[in-house]
Design a protein around this ligand. Structure first.
Ligand code: OGA
Ligand code: MN
Length: 220
């Protein structure tokens, strides 16, 4: 069996835009960025995980501080573990993206961790940062959406906020199948607005090796 070729599963033509957007504004959104068939496979896997009760209530905070808080976030998650071909394909694509970002921007991204997430109707994730400067090694956040028939009445958009004025919304992104978002984890406040329909995604983070320290300069 041949190794998956990342070029078959992502929109190569969008990569220069992704790199430029990360540097100039700290975030990027691409529609149909990830191959549609792969997104459908991932979506089917997430449904299966739910049916088989393999999703856990998501919490906030790491280690000792970890706790479930329904008034902050209401999704259920499953960490990617390379169990399926679809997962392995997606992780291959993310490794390729990691190398692409490192070559262009010298961010020293070292590894990628990700989980499936399912928000039931009524769920949301209050405004937050994925990483605090100097406190974590999450450098670039990613989200891939897996919802084939999303409409405006379903809500559930991700809102992005101005790093220099966190009260001011700068973008609102619909969780359509194949849409991919990435942003600087320490810079971009963001929020998942209440969803009216089950909302499927994969949230992931490129990290730096903690031993390298976490005093990265933001790209702007
Ligand atoms: C997260 C997150 C955004 C989204 O999981 O940290 O912010 O749109 N997800 O699902
Ligand atoms: Mn987040």
């Amino acid at each position: 069996m041949s190794r998956p070729d990342p070029a078959d599963y992502l929109d190569m033509a969008a990569l220069p835009r992704l790199l430029d957007a990360l540097v100039t504004q700290g975030w990027f959104v691409g529609e149909r960025f990830i191959d549609t068939a792969l997104c459908h496979s991932l979506q089917a896997e997430l449904q299966r995980l739910k049916t088989q009760s393999h999703l856990d209530e998501a919490g906030i905070g790491r280690g000792q501080a970890h706790r479930v808080q329904r008034d902050v976030r209401g999704d259920a998650i499953h960490w990617l573990d390379r169990e399926s071909r679809a997962q392995r394909q997606y992780l291959t694509v993310m490794t390729f993206l990691q190398q692409t970002i490192n070559r262009a921007l010298y961010l020293g991204l070292f590894e990628f961790e990700a989980h499936f997430a399912l928000y039931p109707p009524g769920a949301f994730y209050k405004k937050h940062l994925d990483s605090f400067r100097g406190r974590s090694n999450r450098i670039v956040s990613t989200v891939l959406y897996l919802n084939p028939a999303w409409t405006t009445t379903h809500g559930g958009e991700m809102a992005l906020f101005d790093p220099d004025d966190p009260a001011s919304e700068i973008a609102r992104i619909r969780p359509n199948l194949g849409t991919f978002v990435c942003f600087l984890a320490e810079r971009l406040p963001h929020e998942v607005l209440p969803t009216q329909a089950p909302r499927a995604s994969i949230a992931g983070w490129f990290r730096r090796n903690t031993s390298l320290g976490s005093s990265i300069d933001p790209a702007r």
